[in-house]
Design a protein around this ligand. Structure first.
Ligand code: ARG
Length: 458
């Protein structure tokens, strides 16, 4: 039986299965590096403030570095008997340098230690997330630039509504992902604060220097309130909620990609490297990876609701419930980072079937607004124009043809405002190209949108 670092006041030991229940080492070992980094800053501060002697601090620092080397070399074995990453690491330090290791925990508690590790860990994840979002946004801009004049049906209610540029559709996702990146950047502000030195909950009688440890760990500064520092996990909740919104965006995009590569649409084809086959149907090429991103959205929502529920009504300050903050964060981090990679690779390698996309805007009534606008621009009240076009659409539907097939003679029976130039206006490419209101799908408007995006992406 390993002797507990907190064993002093106990007469009986817990049984193995209870120990296993309480332990977090199976998952919090992911924060081993952050734990050592925090300890190094703490011991540096303990020496600077004279709480430990230089000699003691040097010994501890050398010990921490030696444990770090062992960890990097894969020579550390974690044990449930030492409960969590903090005590496992301290126990290794003890093996390395003997009883002086016990001085490291002066003016520190596992409560501020674990919070510090979590802040360090999440800060790194946030940087990676923002970077991957940058890559994906860059890819979207690149594809958009190549497809300004690629015409596709724009939908409402999943029915053809008005033709749009494919670049416009992609840039809509660019804008959503930009706001996601902004949300994660704001999240960094709340994560880049140091809980270290809050101790168990009330601070400490030792003359510690919390600004120094915050500086050493590159935090913007220490938490102002020691109770807040060890009690709250809102920086993680913010991450999980930002991740949920990001996954919601990705899942909508994925759903469209899944539709677009179906036999009914054929708007795009995914590269083989992002598709899989069927074990029984030889012809199958399935968009598994995008389906998985759509599916994984559910687990990230679960991670958010899980932690919100853990935190609900939890009294201050530290409670063991807080140990449940980690797995969801690790899971969401892994899920969003890999989903962003897959999404980017998939978009970079997909083939856009331009002709099929454009063709599908010619066998529909998505140019009906053009005709109504044409009449309204010539002075007919829009409501009257709408009525005329609506009736004509019904007539065409019954006869089995489209607005561009209606003879000029019939048009002129309906309104003497209609001239032979109407057919040009009914063409989907003309329809798209002319919608140059700010933020619209017109070619000039999109070029402008892309220019603005490129500037802000730098
Ligand atoms: N493993 C614990 C956690 O993840 C560390 C903090 C433990 N503190 C305590 N007082 N039991 O929350």
């Amino acid at each position: 039986m390993v002797e507990k670092l907190w064993g002093g006041r106990f007469e009986e030991s817990v049984s193995d299965w209870v120990e296993e229940f309480g332990a977090s080492i199976s998952f919090d070992q992911k924060m081993a590096r952050q734990d050592l980094q925090g300890s190094l800053a703490h011991v540096t501060m303990l020496a600077k403030t004279g709480i430990l002697t230089e000699a003691e601090a040097e010994k501890i620092k050398d010990g921490i570095k030696a444990v770090e080397e062992k960890y990097e070399a894969g020579q550390i074995e974690f044990t449930v008997a030492n409960e969590d990453v903090h005590m496992n690491m301290e126990s290794y330090l003890h093996d390395q340098i003997g009883p002086v290791a016990g001085k490291l925990h002066t003016a520190r508690s596992r409560n501020d230690q674990v919070a510090t590790d979590m802040h360090l860990y999440l800060r790194d994840v946030l940087h990676q997330t923002i970077e991957k979002l940058h890559t994906l946004r860059t890819t979207l801009i690149q594809i958009s630039e190549a497809h300004i004049e690629t015409i596709m049906p724009g939908y409402t209610h999943l029915q053809h509504a008005q033709p749009i540029s494919f670049a416009h559709h992609l840039m809509a996702y660019y804008q959503m992902l930009t706001r996601d990146a902004e949300r994660f950047t704001f999240n960094l502000k709340h994560t880049n604060i140091s809980p270290l030195g809050a101790a168990a909950l009330a601070g400490t009688t030792f003359p510690i220097d919390r600004k120094l440890t915050a500086d050493l760990l590159d935090f913007a500064g220490p938490y102002e309130n020691s109770l807040d520092a060890v009690s709250d996990r809102d920086f993680i909740l913010e991450f999980l909620s930002n991740s949920s919104i990001l996954m919601m965006h990705l899942s909508r995009f994925c759903e469209e990609i899944i539709l677009w590569c179906s036999n009914e649409f054929k708007f795009i084809s995914l590269s083989d490297s992002f598709s899989t086959g069927s074990s029984i149907m030889p012809q199958k090429k399935n968009p598994d990876m995008v389906e998985l991103i759509r599916g994984k959205t559910g687990r990230v929502y679960g991670d958010l609701v899980g932690l919100l529920t853990v935190m609900k009504s939890l009294p201050l300050a530290y409670n063991k419930d807080l140990q449940e903050d980690k797995e969801g964060m690790f899971d969401a981090a892994k899920t969003i980072l890999t989903s962003l990679d897959v999404m980017n690779g998939m978009l970079e390698t997909m083939t856009v079937n331009k002709d099929i996309m454009e063709k599908s805007t010619k066998s529909d009534f998505s140019n009906a607004t053009e005709l109504a606008d044409y009449l309204a621009a010539k002075g007919l009240p829009f409501r009257e124009a709408h009525e005329i076009v609506g009736k004509l659409v019904l007539e065409c539907t019954k006869q089995g043809y489209y607005l561009q097939d209606v003879p000029l003679k019939r048009y002129q029976e309906l309104s003497n405002l209609i001239e032979s130039d109407i057919y040009k206006y009914l063409d989907s490419k003309t329809a798209v190209g002319r919608r140059n209101s700010y933020g619209g799908t017109g070619f000039e408007a999109i070029k402008e949108q892309i220019q603005v995006a490129k500037k802000s992406l730098l």
